[in-house]
Every structure is written in structure tokens, then in C-alpha cells.
Design a protein around this ligand. Structure first.
Ligand SMILES: NC(=O)c1ccc[n+]([C@@H]2O[C@H](COP(=O)([O-])OP(=O)(O)OC[C@H]3O[C@@H](n4cnc5c(N)ncnc54)[C@H](OP(=O)(O)O)[C@@H]3O)[C@@H](O)[C@H]2O)c1
Length: 321
């Protein structure tokens, strides 16, 4: 039975990767500090590695036999400067020691604040924001590590799955019960989203190609590239009621940024809502065939249901940041 270690298994992506790999017949070693959600730990083939990703001895002992390591760790937004590199390094050392393929869910930060519309794995990377510099360094270390096989699968903003804290649940869907879609604006710019169950399938299919993935690879997952107005209309149709678009209070966020590190981190990301962008996935297709692509209305419906906000369900609402 092939074995995968998922670092950050209780996170947004991790919680979706665990059942996807288990359903595909993998033995899943699911690392997390907090307890795994019960529905995951009950799955056949899933075993929790209850330790900190930085705690080398128990992690390395528990991960024995794995042929794939997925780094789905993510420090809080405003602590990236201090924590992102050590966490990435821990994942890299683990994969190297196991002789395993290291997989990293990449993001679009690498292309900097003036990113072009069309993003391919060859688009030049520009470290003109602190987060871009960190991500570029993480990937560069992976590429340059002698003897390490690694792949970055780059995707847009996550939605779907039961994890909380994404732009989708904290912002876009946060006022649906009040008849509003909060969109960081403007509404006519294409924005890249990744529906997590589809992205998890792409990870499984890629991991199945482990033997072909020697050296370092960078691949893009297209997901759903849509303008704000398309998202608004899709949510309107789904909820069968008129919705108004509201913006984020950017001036207030900027004003509070020096006092609130998490708001500062959010303010730094504003450019991604102003620069239209989409990811091109030809290279991924060559390796795994047509990636899973749930139609947008279905993906949105499932995402709202997972947040307890589907029409007809009790509206639990997203948790605050
Ligand atoms: N979110 C997005 O929209 C998005 C889009 C594209 C790419 N990505 C990338 O995908 C990866 C996963 O993102 P995510 O949103 O799924 O992550 P997440 O839910 O924010 O966090 C994943 C896990 O990281 C662990 N973690 C956080 N800080 C830690 C620390 N200091 N030490 C050890 N573990 C720590 C936590 O696990 P425990 O507390 O259980 O230990 C947490 O559940 C990241 O590399 C992210 O940049 C994210």
C-alpha cells in the first residue's frame, strides 16, 4: 500500500487531502498538533501523527515507509516571516530522509504585485512583496536540494471543504445572510480560485506518478478563474435571491494595519483583487490527463453546504478571523 505523509492534515487543504488519498487506496499518515476531525481519523487507512511538524524525532519515526510527503502547513498570515521557512525546511528534510517525493501547494504570490494575466510555470517570479520573497525562497530551496524529488502544484485561493479562514468564507460569503456578497473589488477582474476537492484529486493523480517525477517540477492547477460579477451572479442563482455587492473597507484596513498584524497582511494582498490573473495548466494535463473540474454552481453549492450556509440548511455562518 503506498504511503503518504500529509503535514498540516487538520488544515484547510489537509482536511480534504486526507479523505482523497484514503479513498484512492493510500495509507495516510496525517500530521497535526491538534486532534484530527473525528470523521477523518475514523477513515480506514488513516493514522494521525500527533506531533509538531518541527519536532523532528517523533515526526521522522512516525513517517517511516512513506513515498510521498505533502507540505500543507501554513503559519498564520502575519507570522510567515518567522515561521514559513523553518516549516518548509522541516518538510524538505523529512522528504529527503525518506527518499520521498515532496509536494507543495504553491500560490500566485511568487509573481509579485504586477503579476500578468496569464500565469504559466515559466512566468518570471518577482520578489517585490515579503510573501513573494518567502515563497520564491521556499521553492528555490526545493529545486536546489541535491537528490530531492519535488513538485510545486500552484493554485488560486482555496474554497470548499469544511476548513475555515479563507477569503471565501471570511469575506465573500460572510454576509450572504444579509443579502450581500462582500467582494474585495473591482468586480470585473478575473481572480483564480481552487475548489479544494478538485485540487485534492490533482494531488492524488500526481502522487500516483511519483516514479515519473524525478528532480524538481512546477505545475499549475487552473481551478475556476472568474470575475467577481460572475461569482455574484452564480451565488444569486444558487440562493435564488438578489444579492448586493459590498466592498471591503480598505481605508479602515490600511489605517488599522500598523496596529493589527493580520490586517497588515490582508492589506498587502489587495493587489490580487485588482490584477486580473489565471493559471494555465497544460503541463499538469500532460502528466495526469484532464484535472477534476466541478462546475462552478456545484462547487459553490457544496462550499456553502460545508459552511452550514446552503439554502434550506441552518446558517452556522463562517467563524470570525
Ligand atoms: N489558503 C489558500 O487560499 C491557499 C491557496 C494556494 C496555496 N495555499 C498554500 O497551501 C498550503 C496550505 O494552506 P491552508 O490554507 O490549507 O493552511 P491552513 O489551514 O492555514 O494551515 C494548515 C496547518 O498548518 C499548521 N501550522 C500552522 N502554523 C504552524 C506552526 N507554527 N507549526 C506547525 N504547524 C503549523 C496547522 O496545523 P495544526 O495546528 O493542526 O498543527 C494548520 O492546520 C500553504 O502552503 C498555503 O500557502 C493556500
Amino acid at each position: 500500500m503506498p504511503t503518504v505523509v500529509i503535514l498540516g492534515a487538520a488544515g484547510r487543504l489537509g482536511q480534504v487531502l486526507v479523505p482523497a488519498f484514503a479513498a484512492a487506496g493510500w495509507r495516510v499518515l496525517a500530521q497535526s498538533r491538534k486532534p484530527l476531525p473525528a470523521e477523518l481519523s475514523r477513515l480506514s487507512g488513516v493514522q494521525q501523527l500527533a506531533c509538531d511538524a518541527l519536532d523532528r524525532a517523533p515526526l521522522h519515526a512516525g513517517a517511516r515507509g512513506a513515498s510521498v510527503v505533502i507540505n500543507a502547513l501554513n503559519p498564520p498570515y502575519h507570522q510567515w516571516e518567522r515561521q514559513a521557512l523553518p516549516l518548509a525546511q522541516a518538510a524538505q528534510v523529512l522528504a529527503h530522509g525518506l527518499g520521498a517525493l515532496l509536494m507543495l501547494p504553491g500560490n500566485v504570490y511568487n509573481y509579485g504585485s504586477k503579476l500578468p494575466v496569464r500565469l504559466t510555470p515559466d512566468t518570471p517570479e518577482v520578489g517585490d512583496t515579503s510573501k513573494a520573497r518567502i515563497r520564491i525562497e521556499i521553492e528555490q530551496r526545493m529545486a536546489e536540494a541535491p537528490g530531492l524529488d519535488s513538485v510545486v502544484l500552484r493554485a488560486g485561493d482555496f474554497f470548499g471543504g469544511s476548513g475555515r479562514g479563507s477569503w471565501f468564507d471570511l469575506v465573500v460569503a460572510s454576509r450572504l445572510d444579509k443579502g450581500r456578497v462582500v467582494y474585495p473589488r473591482p468586480l470585473d477582474r478575473m481572480h483564480a480560485w481552487a475548489y479544494l476537492p478538485d485540487l485534492a484529486q490533482a494531488f492524488v493523480k500526481l502522487a500516483e506518478q511519483r516514479e515519473r517525477l524525478r528532480g524538481h517540477h512546477r505545475l499549475h492547477f487552473a481551478g475556476h478563474a472568474v470575475e467577481g460579477q460572475v461569482l455574484l451572479k452564480a451565488l444569486q442563482a444558487l440562493l435564488d435571491k438578489p444579492l448586493r455587492a459590498a466592498s471591503l473597507p480598505w481605508p479602515l484596513i490600511r489605517l488599522a494595519a500598523p496596529l493589527m498584524p493580520s490586517w497588515k497582511a490582508i492589506a498587502e494582498m489587495r493587489y490580487l483583487w485588482e490584477r486580473p490573473h489565471r493559471l494555465e495548466e497544460e503541463a499538469l494535463r500532460k502528466l495526469i490527463g484532464e484535472p477534476a473540474h466541478t462546475p462552478l454552481p456545484v462547487a459553490l453549492s457544496e462550499s456553502l453546504a460545508a459552511l452550514g450556509m446552503a439554502p434550506g440548511r441552518r446558517e452556522a455562518g463562517p467563524q470570525p478571523a
